[in-house]
Ligand binder design. Structure first.
Ligand SMILES: [Fe+2]
Length: 409
């Protein structure tokens, strides 16, 4: 039986069967992602719309069996949206596709949390359902008005929700021209603020020059690992720019250069893994998993042997620890994890979600990745740092820094 308690529900005696349900939701999630991608080229395809509809109908039916009422209502509202597409009352467009994908992500997230913990905080889900219903009832004419509201609730970002509730669109305008950062030289200093992030946003993923020989060495090591795998192209610069920006908007509580060093060095241990493990697609064996997890000690060990980089070593050693204690290597919890490592975990996840797959099917859009990170604030990720991360993503969206990514390049 399921007990409803405002936005939390707890499964009592069906816990094992829910794992089968999770397998099914995971399968349907992949099917819907694939169908929506193909719909971009064939927006009127009844067959593809039917496939999306059937997937949602299955999820709704299974959620009903498990008495997960909020999930039934959620799947039902998205199903109605797809029905509107099938009936030609709503036209298929990028925004609608994004809403369906974000909803699928959230449905999968809910199922995973329930399968893992027996409960989930539903957050803004009731408002998502309400706003999707409003969108469906209002039809094509009101898409521009209601779609940003649905997207904002699905993103879980309080700022976006506030803007959308006040009737404002989320700004993604081109900013004014700013000097290219590669012509700038950053001197050692302990403060970076939002203006600096904005000044460098035009080519945010190109790192500024550094005069520090240690940092030059660390960067070249990080970039060598990036070069060893085409899926990691420009990874170090991407992660460093988001991590330093996230720290910057909070007033740089983490030493700028220690965090920069950690960004370059955190995954150099991955470069020492055999190719068959580094590129393995299936599940790791226990021995392989241990080998992968030990990568945190390679970068941290090297930093510890160099004078003055102990704080960076600590960040590297802890960069896979999770806020709720489910990370590794020491299962640290909350504030036991240093701030730099809490930032790194978010930035690493953001890169993995937006770049992880060579095909476009399983690569998430910026909005979906941000929504997923926000949904895990307080469990996997530190809520304070997720809030700062949201600000940086917003700045970079305004700067057009993710345009190539969104085009799938
Ligand atoms: Fe790592």
């Amino acid at each position: 039986m399921t007990e409803n308690n405002s936005d939390i529900f707890v499964l009592v005696d069906e816990y094992d069967d829910i794992k089968d349900f999770l397998d099914e939701v995971e399968e349907k999630h992949v099917e819907v992602e694939s169908a929506l991608l193909r719909l971009e080229d064939a927006p009127d395809s009844t067959e593809l719309l039917n496939q999306v509809f059937r997937a949602l109908h299955t999820i709704k039916g299974d959620a009903n069996i498990f008495h997960i009422d909020p999930m039934v209502d959620f799947a039902h509202s998205v199903e109605n949206l797809v029905e509107g597409l099938r009936e030609g009352e709503i036209k298929y467009c990028k925004q609608i596709s994004e809403i369906i994908l974000l909803s699928m992500d959230r449905l999968l997230f809910i199922t995973r949390e329930v399968a893992k913990n027996g409960k989930v905080d539903l957050g803004e889900v009731p408002k998502v359902i309400e706003s999707i219903n409003l969108l469906v009832q209002s039809g094509e004419d009101k898409i521009k008005e209601y779609a940003p509201l649905v997207q904002a609730y699905l993103s879980g970002d309080p700022d976006k929700i506030r803007i959308a509730e006040n009737g404002g669109a989320i700004e993604v305008d081109e900013p004014e021209e700013t000097p290219a950062p590669e012509q700038q030289v950053v001197q050692k200093k302990q403060d970076i603020d939002i203006e600096l992030v904005q000044k460098t946003h035009k080519k945010i993923f190109v790192l500024t020059e550094t005069l520090d020989p240690d940092l030059q060495l660390f960067r070249s090591l990080g970039e060598a690992v990036d070069d060893s795998n085409h899926r990691w192209a420009n990874r170090t610069a991407f992660i460093a720019s988001i991590a330093l920006g996230t720290n910057g908007v909070a007033g740089t509580p983490v030493d700028y250069f220690q965090l920069e060093a950690a960004c370059y060095m955190h995954d150099i241990g991955m470069g020492f893994l055999p190719d068959e493990i580094f590129n393995k697609k299936g599940k790791y064996t226990n021995e392989e998993l241990k080998e992968v997890q030990d990568h945190v000690y390679v970068g941290s060990g090297l930093l510890k042997r160099m004078m003055g980089w102990e704080p960076a070593a600590e960040i590297v050693e802890q960069h896979h620890e999770q806020f709720n204690g489910s990370g590794y290597p020491k299962q640290l919890v909350g504030e036991e994890i240093c701030d730099g490592a809490r930032i790194m975990l978010i930035c690493d996840a953001f890169f993995a979600m937006t770049h992880s797959r060579p095909d476009r099917v399983n690569r998430k859009s910026i909005m979906r990745a941000v929504a997923e990170i926000n949904a895990s604030a307080g469990s996997q990720f530190c809520p304070f740092w997720v809030e700062q991360f949201n600000k940086v993503v917003k700045i970079q969206l305004m700067a057009g820094a993710f345009k190539d990514l969104e085009k799938g390049e």
